[in-house]
Write a protein that binds this ligand. Structure first.
Ligand SMILES: N[C@@H]1[C@@H](O)[C@H](O)[C@@H](COP(=O)(O)O)O[C@@H]1O
Length: 252
């Protein structure tokens, strides 16, 4: 695992958008694993600019998103389908909608849906680059603490802490869905290369735990130690110096 502190949010996001760009330029049939959350908004803004400047055709690119809420329609303003279209897909005309994949959290048969999605990843994959954010409790995708590292795409319950953290995107905490369809930890680790991006002080504690090197289901992101090609991209706020760590112990 490589851990790189790029100092600022802007630089950290730029590293990720630039690696996606390089992948797309290298192979016009690339398969990208995409993530949502506030963390990725700037990455996608930068990527849109880079793709426009370089006049890149995206029609052969395949994308898979990590997760989608259950209990809100795909056209709900806070669905990940809406997020991805608002932030990335609608800004570039050459995406091929048939190659854009998100789990369908509104499916009437979720058991079939999770099998369909995992099978599709296997058929169209492997994913060349999977980008990840991290939850304040160390979740990746919507794989909460306690999730088996062998998990495949499934219906998952969200913890109180995730519901609370994600309530900033909804009008009230009661409106945050309590379940989602998420790629599992094993599904995520099928990617050839993984880049996890974390910035800001709210992620410092999860990153601090990750960097202890302990591999435990209490911290889903620690499963990444079982993958040979992972980069953790940070800013000064998410990466704690020794002095900062002491402060964190005091807070604990
Ligand atoms: N399911 C998503 C994750 O994929 C994301 O990485 C994380 C962090 O979100 P944010 O970037 O808004 O802090 O939580 C959400 O719940």
């Amino acid at each position: 695992m490589k851990v790189i502190n790029l100092g600022t949010k802007e630089e950290a996001c730029h590293y990720v958008s630039n690696e996606l760009l390089k992948q797309i330029i290298e192979n016009k049939n690339s398969v990208l694993g995409l993530a949502t959350g506030g963390t990725m908004v700037r990455v996608y803004e930068q990527l849109v600019n880079l793709i426009r400047i370089n006049e890149i055709d995206l029609s052969e690119i395949t994308t898979f998103n990590l997760d989608e809420y259950i209990g809100i329609d795909y056209d709900h303003p806070e669905s990940y389908y809406t997020y991805m279209h608002d932030v990335l897909f609608n800004h570039l005309p050459s995406w091929n909608e048939e190659r854009i994949h998100l789990p369908n959290g509104s499916s009437e048969n979720l058991q079939e849906e999770v099998i369909r999605y995992e099978k599709l990843i296997d058929e169209e994959g492997p994913i060349d680059i999977q980008i990840l954010g991290i939850g304040e409790n160390g979740h990746i995708g919507f794989n909460e603490p306690g999730t088996d590292f062998n998990s495949l795409t499934s219906v998952v319950g969200l913890t109180e802490s995730t519901i609370e953290a994600n309530s900033r995107y909804f009008e009230a905490v009661e409106e945050v869905p309590k379940e989602a369809v998420s790629m599992g930890i094993k599904s995520i680790l099928k990617a050839k290369r993984i880049i996890l991006l974390a910035y800001g002080p709210k992620k410092a504690q999860a990153i601090q735990k990750l960097l202890t090197g302990e591999v435990t289901t209490d911290l889903p992101a620690s499963a990444l130690y079982n993958h040979p090609n992972v980069e953790i991209i940070l800013d000064n706020n998410a990466y704690l110096s020794e002095t900062d760590k002491e402060k964190l112990d005091v807070i604990d």
